[in-house]
Design a protein. Structure first.
Length: 399
């Protein structure tokens, strides 16, 4: 099997051993193959293996992820997250990854590529989850990690993770989009390997979320896969995963994607409403910090994913997503605020008749409940009651 990088804009091809994250024309790159190898039978057989690569929910599908000697792979391992059936839908909980978010799936592949091309330092812009994942995998690979974060706008739990794993944090005076523009400039000027979702190898890891979900469902695809939409890496990766699975004959039909944005950070939703006639940018503001992004870099890839799957893009308010979060938390699985856009979106789409009764729905929860404790503490203030150390005080507090 041969692999190459191909520009989505001008179709120029590059060797996968080149250290690049975009085309010379500025277009996004895609990892392309002459054929998709592997099969559900092979992937399912690895579920009983004790080998680290087989236990990884990314490298279990390695034939269709990256063509590289196995001993060069950088893995924790990641993936193998659980599928919960709650509230009448399935929840695939990517918050159960090693650093608490889906980012680990993309990072294992991007970091393996960084090692392959001989990089000594890696960088990203981040609202928190990417930086934590990058820092952990860079530490494992022995690479210097530099993260660009919007000053004062990253949840404490995510920042603490990033620092604990040893990354250098550059706190940019501006929003995520300013940090993203700066890291792209710095990566090009300083020869640092960029691992944001603009990096095509990130998407090769993130597409395994869908493949593992299909495996969880015994390769019987749901009617809908619902996911949060921020920088649009997952939307892009999910479309690629479904296209490849269908073309390889792993599944008989393609589920529809529903990408859900916060109303305060909704550029992709605005473009969708115009049939993608134009690309929008917004000044993003939402409690869901993981998707507080106003100019998503993977826009073009995500458009293809929505069009291929006959998908839709919806928006939900902060009030709607936090209400949905409380229901997910109360179901005993929990998630960070951005993840709750999925359940909020399902309820909205059901009410509008877009999702019909009886259709099978799988929601992807992208981050752990502990990723943004400040949001939880603020919304649960009424359940924190300070009392005297007496039984009478307990009785009064409990009514």
């Amino acid at each position: 099997m041969s692999e190459w990088l191909e520009c989505l804009a001008c179709r120029t091809r590059f060797d996968t051993t080149e250290s690049r994250h975009e085309c010379d024309c500025g277009g996004l790159l895609n990892v392309a193959r002459d054929r998709i190898e592997g099969s559900p039978a092979v992937f399912d057989a690895r579920l009983s293996s004790r080998a680290a690569l087989d236990r990884s929910g990314v490298w279990r599908f390695r034939e269709a992820v990256m063509n590289i000697p196995l001993e060069r792979i950088v893995t924790h391992p990641e993936g193998s997250t659980r599928l919960y059936e709650r509230l009448g839908v399935f929840f695939k909980h990517e918050g159960e990854n090693p650093t608490g978010s889906f980012k680990d799936r993309g990072m294992t592949v991007a970091m393996t590529q960084a090692v392959r091309v001989g990089s000594r330092a890696v960088a990203c812009a981040s609202t928190g989850n990417t930086s934590a994942s990058l820092a952990a995998y860079a530490s494992q690979a022995g690479l210097r990690a530099v993260v660009f974060i919007p000053a004062g706008k990253v949840a404490a739990g995510k920042l603490a993770q990033t620092l604990a794993y040893g990354a250098t944090c550059l706190e940019v005076r501006g929003d995520f989009d300013a940090a993203m523009a700066l890291v792209r400039e710095a990566a090009s000027a300083l020869g640092i390997y960029l691992v944001n979702s603009i990096n095509p190898f990130r998407l090769e890891g993130q597409k395994t979320i869908v493949w593992e979900l299909l495996q969880d469902l015994e390769w019987n695809p749901p009617d809908w896969i619902v996911l949060p939409a921020g920088n649009l890496g997952n939307t892009s990766a999910f479309g690629k995963a479904l296209r490849e699975a269908h073309e390889a004959g792993w599944i008989a039909r393609v589920p529809r994607l529903a990408a859900i944005q916060a109303a305060g950070a909704n550029p992709f939703y605005r473009s969708f409403r115009e049939a993608f006639a134009s690309r929008h940018k917004v000044s993003a503001e939402t409690i869901a910090s993981a998707i507080r992004i106003g100019d998503p870099v993977s826009h073009e890839r995500a458009v293809r994913a929505i069009q291929y799957t006959n998908g839709i893009v919806e928006q939900v308010t902060d009030e709607e997503l936090m209400s949905a979060k409380r229901e997910i938390d109360a179901a005993g699985i929990g998630c960070e605020p951005a993840s709750a856009t999925t359940w909020a979106g399902v309820k909205k789409l059901r009410a509008a008749g877009v999702i019909r009764d009886g259709e099978t729905i799988a929601c992807v929860l992208t981050g752990s409940i502990l990723k943004d404790p400040d949001a939880i503490l603020a919304s649960a203030a009424g359940r924190r009651i300070e009392i005297d150390a007496t039984l009478a005080a307990v009785e009064r507090a409990l009514g």
